[in-house]
Design a protein around this ligand. Structure first.
Ligand code: ZN
Length: 411
């Protein structure tokens, strides 16, 4: 093979191979490359200014894509320029995007692998440390984010994710129309969302907001009212049903303590059954739940109320929706189900936002899907300490739609 052929197979535009070394024992290939004769423009890596003369020459070794079974490293001849603004600076080379010892396309291969596998698995595949893989993945995502257009925000979603006892809550702001998360904030206070409006949006962008899908959570409402008073709030099914599930759990817990002995045994462990919709249960699970209902009418009533609340979002006319809600609340009378009554009051207090569902059309299930994706990432990555990394990861996931797991789990 002539050097010309090595150059062709390597395929680094503007560079040619002038020396190579093959080690069959260790299965490694080393290539020395330098600029082709016509490639004379040097670019300052600090400011982008162009130069035709170099002040210094040196070599850098980076890992590149493998050649068949051979691990390949490329030794690149590089120049330094004397820049009036930056001083002595290294030239900018497309194939070398960072100071790390990897070529751009090698980092892209690692980043791509990270889209469908955990960092630890990718690390094994490429023979790298897991921390190195995560650093490569972060740079890969940052480059992707820097090079893309950001769509306008008209309809936003605000959601919270529970991270655990230590880190508590994460506030997630998303774009409902593109289905991607935009911003993460610590905790779920009014100040949290204030920070988003203040730092991430211009006055014009805040004024352009039409609707926000949020939880019936007072701090978020206050923040939205302050920064985007024209933006209409929508209390979507996903968030309301979370409250309904909580109410059912509360009833179950109260009954668990009230009853003793055998009945207590029966209620125990039925938590997840009660949170699952009837249509999603198999025959055996339905039978288990029926047995529980036969013994405890209150738990049954609470479950049925939750099930029927779900139908509220099948109405497209606000008068019909309102009528249905009224009849649902009427059913609560004489039931002595305190958590359910509390939920009923909450719904009445947030009536406007519930009825807005009929007035403004927003894509459904988006907040829920984003929530599910982030949780899936957290499970797979075993805790992201770096929130910026987690956000980029979730954005990439939404853009490539590789792993939409949450739709099936809809309440
Ligand atoms: Zn410069």
């Amino acid at each position: 093979m002539r050097e010309n052929d090595w150059t062709k197979v390597l395929g680094w535009p503007g560079y040619r191979v002038y020396q190579h070394e093959i080690d069959e024992k260790t299965k490694t290939l080393k290539l020395w490359v330098r600029r082709k004769r016509g490639n004379r423009k040097l670019v300052c890596s600090g400011c982008g200014r162009k130069f035709s003369e170099a002040c210094d020459i040196y070599q850098r070794e980076v890992r590149d894509l493998p050649w068949s079974e051979f691990r390949a490293t490329v030794v690149v001849e590089l120049y330094r320029v004397r820049c009036p603004d930056c001083g002595i600076k290294t030239e900018k080379v497309a194939q070398l995007p960072s100071k790390a010892p990897f070529s751009k396309r090698f980092e892209e291969a690692v980043g791509l692998a990270c889209e469908s596998a955990a960092a630890r698995r990718v690390a094994r595949q490429f023979g790298l440390a897991a921390s190195t893989v995560r650093a490569i993945d972060l740079r890969y995502l940052q480059r992707w984010a820097a090079g893309r257009r950001k769509p306008a925000l008209r309809q936003m979603g605000v959601d919270e994710i529970y991270l655990g006892k230590k880190q508590k809550f994460l506030t997630v702001v998303s774009n409902l129309q593109t289905g991607e998360p935009l911003w993460f904030g610590r905790e779920r206070k009014q100040e949290t969302l204030d920070e988003f409006f203040q730092n991430e949006l211009s006055t014009f962008q805040r004024g352009a907001l039409q609707a926000a899908c949020v939880d019936m959570h007072e701090p978020y409402r206050l923040s939205l009212q302050r920064w985007a008073p024209q933006c209409r709030l929508i209390y979507d099914k996903f968030h309301v049903m979370q409250h309904a599930n909580e109410a059912v759990s509360e009833v179950r817990r109260a009954e668990f303590f009230r009853k003793g002995g055998a009945a207590r045994e029966l209620i125990k462990g039925k938590h997840w059954l009660l949170l699952t919709r009837w249509v999603h249960l198999n025959t055996n699970k339905k039978r288990q739940l029926n047995k529980l209902f036969a013994l405890n009418r209150r738990v049954m009533k609470a479950y049925l109320l939750k099930e029927s609340l779900d139908r509220l979002w099948s109405y497209t006319y606000e008068a019909a929706m309102l009528r249905y809600l009224q009849s649902w609340i009427d059913q609560l009378r004489w039931q002595r189900l305190k958590p359910m009554e509390k939920l009923g009051r909450m719904l009445l207090n947030h009536l406007e936002g519930l009825l807005n569902y009929c007035r403004i059309k927003v894509p459904l299930g988006v907040v829920e899907a984003i929530n599910g994706n982030i949780k899936a990432l957290l499970r797979r990555g075993r805790g992201y300490r770096d929130l910026d990394y987690l956000l980029l990861k979730a954005q990439r996931l939404a853009a490539t739609k590789t792993d939409f797991v949450a739709f099936q789990k809809a309440a």
